[in-house]
Design a protein around this ligand. Structure first.
Ligand code: ARG
Length: 630
C-alpha cells in the first residue's frame, strides 16, 4: 500500500494521452462536416489494428446519421476534409474512414512526453480517484485475493495462473492510481490440518520441517493420507462382512468390536479429534499448526518474490472468526433464506437461478466450510479495508462457488457489498509436469524452466560466453518464459504448458521480449551519449517510415493502457509489446545509430530511448524483470 506522500505526488500529475489531442481536434472537424454530436463522435474514434489502416479509424455507422449511406458519408469526409496541422487527408474505406497523423508534430508531442517521465506516460491517474474533480476525496481501494495455495498440498497450475494474473491486476490497478491490497488467502484450515497434525506426530521431523517446510509437509500429508485410505478400506470391508453375517443371522459382536477398535485408532478419528482441539484453541495443537503455517509462509514469500510479487497480507481460511460466520448464519436464518437439510444448513438458490444450486453453509457436525469462510471474509475484509472493489482471481472450476458467494451476500441485504465483488476467472493449464513427476510446487516449476532456459542459452556458445551471469540470466529468462506463456491468450482459454516453445528465442515468447529489450539497451549504451542531451534532439529528422511507425506505436500506449483497464486482460498489453518489438527489431538496419551524422544520431537515440522506456514499463506491468544485458 502506498503512503500518503506517494498519493500526493500521483494525483498532482496530470494524465496525458497524446491521442486524445487528436480525438478532440478530429471531433471538432467531423462535427462540422457531418452534423453529428461531439459526444457521439469522440468515443467512435478508435485505435486501428494495424498502422496500415491509419492511426484512428471511424466506423461511420456509429454516428447514426439518419437517411445517409455510411459509404457516401465516408467518401464525403475524405473529399471535404479541411487542411489540418495534425492530420493527413483521410482515406475512405467503404463505411470506415482512416485517419493518419502527420509524423513531425506527432514525434514532437509524443517523444518529449515519454522522455520526460516514462514511468507516468500512459497511466490514467483519474481512474483510481473517487472523484476526479475533487482530489481531496482520495483514492479508491481494491483488495485482490490471488495466488492462495493450500498448505501441505501441491501448488498446482491453477495457483500458478492465479498468481500471475493477480500479480498483473495488482500492478494494473496500482498504475491506475488505486490503493491496492495484495492478499494471499491461504488454504490453512479444515480437517485436513488435523490429518497433517497426526501425520507429523507419526512421521514428521523438525529438521526436515525447518529445511524444506513445503516439501516436508506435503510428503507427510501424502504418506498419512495413504494410510488413512487403507484403514478406511479395511473398515469398509469388515462392515461388509458384518452385513453378510447379519443377513445369515450369525453373531457379529466380535467383529463389531474389532471394527470399533480399528476406527478409534484410525488416522481419520485421530485427525477429527486433533482438528477439534485446534478449533477449541488447544495450545499444543494450534502451536504446531502455527509453526507449519509460519514456516510455509516464509518460504512462499521467497518464491513469490521471484515473480516480483510481494503480498501486503498473508490471510487465510484459519483467520476468519467464528463470530462473523455465526452472524452471517443468523442473518440468513432471520431472513428465512437458510433451511435444515439432513442435519446440515443449506441455502436453496435454485429459485433465483437453477444453476446456482443449493449451497451448504454448515455441515452436519456444525463446522464451517470453504463457502462459509468466504462469506465471513467478505464482511471482515470490509471492516478492515473498506474496499471499493474486491477481485478474486480463481480458476473457472470455482465459478459456481463464486456465483453462490456473491448471490448470498446480495440476499443478505448487502447488495452494496455484492456489487463490489468480482470473480476474475481463467481456464486450465494442462501438461504441467516435471522431470521428477507430476506434483509441482512453484519452486520446482521455476527451477525446471530455468534449467531448460540454461540449456537453450548454451546451445549458442558464441553468445553464451558473453553472458555475465548465466545462472541469474537463465533464472530471469525462465520466469519471463512462464509469465509470457501464461498471458499470451485470453484468460478464459486454457493452454498446454510447453517447455520447448516458451523457452525459445523465436516467436512471441518471454525470452524474445527480453532479448529485444537487452539488444536495445546495448545499442543505447554503445552510442555513448549522455541522456540529458536527448532534449536537444531535432525530432524532425525522424522521417523514415520505420521511425515514424515506431513513433505512431508509442503514441498508442496510453490508449492500450486504458483498454487493458477495461478488458482486465494481460494479453492486451502483451499484444502491444510484441507489435512494438517487431517494429523495433526490423528498424535497426534502416535506422543505424553508430554510423549516422551527429544530429541524426541524436534524434534516433531519442527514439530508441523512448521505445526502451515504454517496453520496460510494459514488461514491468506484466511482472517481468527487464534485463539490460544478456
Ligand atoms: N485455496 C483455494 C484453492 O486452492 C483458493 C482460494 C481462493 N480465494 C478465495 N477467497 N476463495 O482452491
Amino acid at each position: 500500500m502506498s503512503t500518503l506522500s506517494a498519493l500526493r505526488v500521483n494525483i498532482d500529475k496530470p494524465t496525458a494521452n497524446p491521442v486524445d489531442v487528436y480525438r478532440i481536434h478530429l471531433t471538432k472537424l467531423l462535427a462540422g462536416l457531418t452534423g453529428a454530436a461531439p459526444a457521439v463522435i469522440y468515443p467512435a474514434l478508435q485505435l486501428t489494428q494495424t498502422l496500415a489502416k491509419g492511426d484512428l479509424s471511424l466506423a461511420v455507422p456509429a454516428l447514426r446519421l439518419k437517411g445517409r449511406k455510411p459509404d457516401d458519408v465516408a467518401q464525403m469526409i475524405q473529399n471535404e476534409f479541411p487542411d489540418s496541422p495534425l492530420l493527413e487527408r483521410p482515406v475512405a474505406d467503404r463505411s470506415f474512414v482512416q485517419f493518419f497523423f502527420k509524423p513531425a508534430p506527432l514525434a514532437a508531442i509524443v517523444l518529449p512526453l515519454v522522455l520526460d517521465d516514462a514511468a507516468n506516460y500512459g497511466r490514467d491517474l483519474t481512474l483510481g480517484l473517487h472523484d476526479p474533480a475533487d482530489h481531496a476525496k482520495g483514492r479508491k481501494r481494491i483488495v485482490i485475493d490471488f495466488g492462495s495455495p493450500n498448505i501441505a498440498k501441491p501448488f498446482h497450475a491453477g495457483h500458478l495462473r492465479s498468481t500471475i494474473i493477480g500479480g498483473f491486476l495488482a500492478n494494473l490497478y496500482e498504475q491506475a492510481n488505486w490503493d491496492v491490497v495484495r492478499l494471499n488467502y491461504l488454504g490453512d484450515w479444515g480437517k485436513q490440518y488435523g490429518v497433517l497434525g497426526v501425520g507429523f506426530a507419526d512421521f514428521g521431523s523438525r529438521d526436515e520441517l525447518e529445511r524444506d517446510p513445503i516439501g516436508h509437509l506435503f510428503h507427510v500429508y501424502v504418506k498419512v493420507s495413504a494410510i488413512a485410505r487403507d484403514q478406511q478400506a479395511v473398515i469398509k470391508e469388515k462392515e461388509g462382512q458384518i452385513a453378510e453375517l447379519n443377513a445369515k443371522g450369525e453373531p457379529v459382536v466380535a467383529l463389531e468390536a474389532e471394527v470399533e477398535k480399528i476406527r478409534d485408532a484410525s488416522v481419520d478419528e485421530r485427525a477429527r479429534q486433533y482438528f477439534k482441539r485446534m478449533c477449541d484453541g488447544d495450545d499444543e495443537a494450534l502451536g504446531l499448526w502455527k509453526t507449519f503455517r509460519d514456516l510455509s509462509i516464509e518460504r512462499y514469500k521467497d518464491t513469490f518474490a521471484r515473480l516480483n510479487i510481494h503480498y501486503d497480507v498473508y490471510d487465510g481460511e484459519s483467520q476468519i472468526k467464528d463470530s462473523s460466520m455465526e452472524e452471517a448464519a443468523r442473518v440468513l436464518e432471520e431472513k428465512g433464506l437458510s433451511e435444515d437439510s439432513q442435519g446440515a444448513k443449506i441455502v436453496d438458490l435454485t429459485q433465483y437461478a437453477k444453476k446456482l444450486g443449493k449451497a451448504i453453509i454448515k455441515k452436519k457436525d456444525g463446522t464451517s466450510i470453504y463457502l462459509t469462510r468466504d462469506i465471513g471474509a467478505v464482511f471482515e475484509r470490509y471492516e478492515k479495508y473498506h474496499y471499493d472493489k474486491m477481485i478474486y482471481v480463481i480458476a473457472n472450476q470455482q465459478d459456481l462457488h463464486m456465483m453462490q458467494l456473491i448471490k448470498i451476500i446480495e440476499l443478505m441485504g448487502r447488495d452494496d457489498l455484492a456489487k463490489r465483488l468480482q470473480h476474475i476467472n481463467f481456464g486450465l493449464v494442462s501438461g504441467m509436469s516435471t522431470r521428477r513427476g507430476t506434483v509441482k510446487f512453484l519452486d520446482d516449476i521455476l527451477r525446471d524452466t530455468a534449467d531448460k532456459m540454461h540449456e537453450v542459452m548454451r546451445a549458442n556458445q558464441s553468445k553464451y560466453v558473453q553472458v555475465e551471469d548465466p545462472e541469474r540470466t537463465a533464472d530471469i529468462l525462465g520466469i519471463s518464459a512462464v509469465l509470457v506463456q501464461d498471458m499470451s491468450g485470453k484468460r478464459i482459454n486454457g493452454y498446454t504448458f510447453d517447455m520447448n516453445r516458451m523457452t525459445s528465442f523465436e516467436g512471441d515468447t518471454g525470452p524474445y521480449l527480453q532479448y529485444s529489450h537487452a539488444r536495445l539497451c546495448s545499442i543505447i549504451r554503445k552510442a555513448e551519449i549522455p541522456m540529458d542531451e536527448l532534449s536537444r534532439a531535432d525530432l524532425s529528422l525522424l522521417t523514415e517510415k520505420h521511425a515514424t511507425d515506431l513513433v505512431r506505436t508509442l503514441a498508442q500506449w496510453p490508449d492500450v493502457f486504458r483498454n487493458t483497464y477495461k478488458t482486465q486482460e494481460p494479453v492486451t498489453v502483451l499484444t502491444y509489446l510484441f507489435k512494438l518489438t517487431h517494429a523495433l527489431n526490423s528498424s535497426y538496419d534502416r535506422l543505424n545509430i553508430l554510423k549516422s551524422e551527429p544530429d541524426v544520431k541524436l534524434a534516433r537515440l531519442a527514439l530508441y530511448c523512448s521505445v526502451q522506456r515504454i517496453l520496460n514499463s510494459g514488461m514491468r506491468l506484466l511482472s517481468l524483470t527487464p534485463v539490460e544485458r544478456m
